[in-house]
Every structure is written in structure tokens, then in C-alpha cells.
Design a protein around this ligand. Structure first.
Ligand code: SF4
Ligand code: SF4
Length: 441
């Protein structure tokens, strides 16, 4: 299988198995498209030109960068249950009431995670991570900084115990930045903790959804704190990462303007994600929005490329691609590993496949005290890889990994049925990333 596509006036041919990317002219594009679709060769081009392309195709096929066979199905065995990453819901409460929040506008009311539960979670991770040398703990919520003393205690406990077992441990905080004052900034930087800062873009876009309980917008305070942290982080020689994570919805289909806005505020590592929501929500994307969203991704790709050509060091998460190298087969086929390589722990110590499933009884895997009590559910997630989904025939499968299970469940009611809209967005993002790669190569 190859994917032939045209974007912003550029014809590209992509071999998803090898990661081979070829910028081609009209004759080559027509010939390769015909071969890919099993159609007869185009008669409108001079036979000599077609013959030349066929010769080149054979050369690339022999070299392994075009029409490469996919042996993943034969080679792949889903990994055993061995979580290497744990998401701790250290605060199942929030100081904001964001309309699109998966936690019911931040009101799910589970309270703060006790130290005993958090320490047991670290023990669980170290005990079940098998031969994995580096494990990860994500502090999540709600708003995790509401439980900052617990975070500091877990960092000490986790670091000490991981070392005692010959392992390394890294930490990440995903925060709305409201409580990210100078003291916490210093602490997170000193400890080398990764930080994901939630900020959606322009003030009117951010404030539309990300509001305080009294209904007022949080933009000003978030921007002040996020900028202080990001600038301090940028100034350090670093091993940790930090980026701005924004959400866009059908209310801001012009999200390139939010990207530009974030760059203008000094942020150089940015991710903008489409909202995960049930189709009933007024801010969820519908199929009729797709043409506009896809066009907007092209606009975003142009804006990003423009910055790169100016030598500006801006990173946009979805446009960074290493088609020929990149993640291992496991990661490529299972995406996030939710349910067996990655788990979430609720404030009460109950285990879930990931943070998006916390509190959904039908997805509770067990708890820290008794371990996994529903192996069938773990197995369902282990088996939810690309060859067991409609993804097997999708050209994007090795880069998408079969999509987000939570988004699939939210839209189709099954983790095995990826959302049509989500797939269209994923494929477009990949096309944009490939276009950028071709343009800068
Ligand atoms: S884009 Fe959709 S169909 Fe393609 S691999 Fe991803 S989830 Fe599967
Ligand atoms: S299922 Fe979706 S939300 Fe959950 S960890 Fe995977 S990608 Fe993230």
C-alpha cells in the first residue's frame, strides 16, 4: 500500500511501512496511484515517460522505500500486562469549570488523593513494570497542583524506591497553571519534572470554555503563570520537557490564529488537540465541519513552515514526524498502551485504563489493594491494536497507532471503532507533517 496525495500544490507519495516519502511530478503521481489502486496505467502520458517512472518504481521497491510489504501482523504479539506509566489522579477536583472537561466540568468531586494511596500506586508501578528500566508517573486531575504537598512527597518516595530497585523514574504534571506560583515553578524546575500547561490560545477562545466557578475567564492568570514557567524552563539546560497544550473545538475552527497567538506570547513548544466529546455536545465536531478543519490544518502547516524557514525554533507536536525511525513496533501498533502499559489510578486507589476512563464503572480494572480483578478488560485493551480494528487498511496506521480508545468510546461506544472525524483529522495532520518534512528536506 502507498498513499498518494496532493497538498498545497505538492504531489507526494508515502510508503507507510518503510516511511519512504517521495516528492513526485504529475506523471509519477498518476502512474504510482494507478499501481496502488490496481488500475490500468494512464494513457495520457507519453509511453517513454511512463516507462521511466516504472523503472524508478522498481528501483525504489527493490531499495525498500515503495510498496513495502507489511509484515506487522505476522511479527506482532501484544505485550503482556506490565505498566510502565501510571497516571495518578492526585486531585479529583478542580479550581476551574471548563465546559468541555472529560471530568464533568471539573466537578467529579472525588477529593484529594491520600498519601497512602499514592505511595501504594508507586509500589504497584515498580512491582509490575517487569524489566522496564525507566518508569513514569503523571500527576493529573482535576487540577493536580491542588494537592501539591502530595506531589512533593511522591517525587521523594518514588525517586528513592525506584533507585533502590535499580530503576529510574520520571514525573510529569499536567496543570491549568492557576496555582503555578514562583515557589512551585522553582520546585518543578529543580526536580526536572515535565510540565504540560493547559492554555487554549486567544483570550476569547480560552475564556469561552476555561472558566472559574463564578463564570469568569481564567486567561489572564493562566497566561502570566504559564509564561513565567515556560520562560524559566526555556532558559535552563534541560532534560525535562514543557509544552503548551490547547484544545480546539468547533467554536474556533480558525485555530491557526490560536497557534500564532501562543507563539506571539513566547511559547515555542505547542500542541493543539481537537476536543474529545460526544456528538451531542454543541462544541463537538460534526462531519459538516470537516472541510473547514482540514483546510485549517493546511493553514497551520503553512504558518509553522513559515516560522521554521525564518529560523524560529517553534515546535508543534503533531507536525514532528520521523517516518523512517520513530517509535518501536509496539508503540506504532498500540498507540498509547492504555490498559496494559499505561494505567490511571483514581483518588480511591481504583485502577482504570487511562485518565479519560476514571470513574466509569464499566472500565474499572481493579484496585491497588487487590490488583487487577478484571483480566478480560486488560485483554480487551491488549487486543485493541491496529490489526484488530478497521485500521488494518488505513495508510496512517503506523503513525496513529489505532487512535485514542477514549475518543473512540465517546463517539462510537466501542474502543475498537475509531471515530470517523478523529480519523480524518489524524490523517490530515499526518499529511501536513509529511508535507513539512518534504519541504524542509
Ligand atoms: S486514522 Fe483511524 S483508521 Fe487510521 S489508524 Fe488511526 S484510528 Fe485507525
Ligand atoms: S486512550 Fe486516549 S486519552 Fe487515554 S491514554 Fe490513550 S490516547 Fe490518551
Amino acid at each position: 500500500m502507498v498513499h498518494c496525495f496532493e497538498i498545497l500544490g505538492q504531489k507526494l507519495v508515502f510508503d507507510p511501512v518503510s516511511g519512504g516519502l517521495h516528492a513526485v511530478d504529475g506523471v509519477a503521481w498518476d502512474v504510482i496511484s494507478a499501481l496502488a489502486e490496481g488500475k490500468s496505467l494512464p494513457a495520457r502520458h507519453p509511453p517513454a515517460a511512463v516507462a521511466e517512472v516504472l523503472q524508478e518504481v522498481e528501483r525504489l521497491r527493490a531499495e525498500g522505500s515503495l510498496f513495502s510489504p507489511d509484515r506487522g501482523r505476522e511479527l506482532y504479539v501484544p505485550p503482556d500486562f506490565a505498566p510502565k506509566s501510571l497516571c495518578l489522579m492526585v486531585a479529583q477536583e478542580c479550581n476551574l469549570r471548563c465546559t468541555y472537561c472529560f471530568a464533568g466540568e471539573g466537578t467529579y468531586g472525588g477529593g484529594l488523593m491520600p498519601e497512602e494511596v499514592a505511595f501504594k500506586a508507586v509500589d504497584f508501578l515498580l512491582a509490575h513494570s517487569g524489566t522496564v528500566r525507566t518508569v513514569e508517573v503523571d500527576f493529573f486531575g482535576g487540577e493536580p497542583l491542588l494537592n501539591f504537598p502530595l506531589i512533593t512527597a511522591v517525587v521523594d518516595y518514588g525517586t528513592e524506591n525506584a533507585r533502590a530497585q535499580g530503576k529510574e523514574i520520571s514525573f510529569t504534571v499536567t496543570t491549568n497553571a492557576l496555582l503555578l506560583d514562583e515557589g512551585k515553578t522553582r520546585y518543578l524546575l529543580e526536580k526536572g519534572i515535565n510540565v504540560v500547561l493547559s492554555l487554549d490560545g486567544r483570550k476569547e477562545v480560552h475564556d469561552h470554555f476555561r472558566r472559574f466557578p463564578n463564570g469568569s475567564g481564567s486567561y489572564e492568570r493562566v497566561l502570566t503563570n504559564a509564561r513565567r514557567f515556560f520562560l524559566a524552563w526555556s532558559a535552563l539546560p534541560r532534560s525535562s520537557y514543557c509544552y503548551i497544550r490547547g484544545t480546539f473545538t468547533r467554536k474556533n475552527l480558525d485555530f491557526t490564529r490560536d497557534f500564532r497567538h501562543l507563539v506571539a506570547q513566547g511559547f515555542t513548544a505547542i500542541s493543539l488537540e481537537p476536543v474529545v466529546a460526544s456528538q451531542q455536545e454543541p462544541y463537538a465536531f460534526s462531519e459538516e465541519d470537516l472541510p473547514l478543519v482540514l483546510q485549517e490544518y493546511e493553514r497551520l502547516a503553512e504558518a509553522y513552515l513559515h516560522l521554521r524557514r525564518q529560523g524560529r525554533p517553534v515546535r508543534f507536536f503533531h507536525f514532528e514526524l520521523d517516518p523512517a525511525g520513530g517509535p518501536c513496533l509496539e508503540k506504532r501498533l498500540t498507540g498509547c498502551g492504555a490498559g496494559f502499559a499505561y494505567l490511571a489510578v483514581g483518588v480511591d486507589g481504583r485502577l482504570y485504563p487511562c485518565h479519560q476512563f476514571v470513574g466509569k464503572e464499566e472500565f474499572c480494572l481493579g484496585d491497588l489493594a487487590g490488583g487487577v480483578s478484571r483480566p478480560g478488560l486488560v485483554e480487551a485493551f491488549r487486543q485493541a491494536y491496529v490489526y484488530n480494528k478497521p485500521c488494518a487498511g488505513c495508510w496512517a496506521r503506523f503513525f496513529c497507532g489505532g487512535g485514542c480508545h477514549a475518543a473512540a468510546y465517546a463517539t462510537s461506544g466501542s474502543i475498537l471503532k475509531p471515530a470517523v472525524i478523529g480519523c480524518a483529522l489524524m490523517r490530515k495532520r499526518l499529511e501536513c507533517a509529511l508535507y513539512i518534512l518534504a519541504a524542509v528536506s
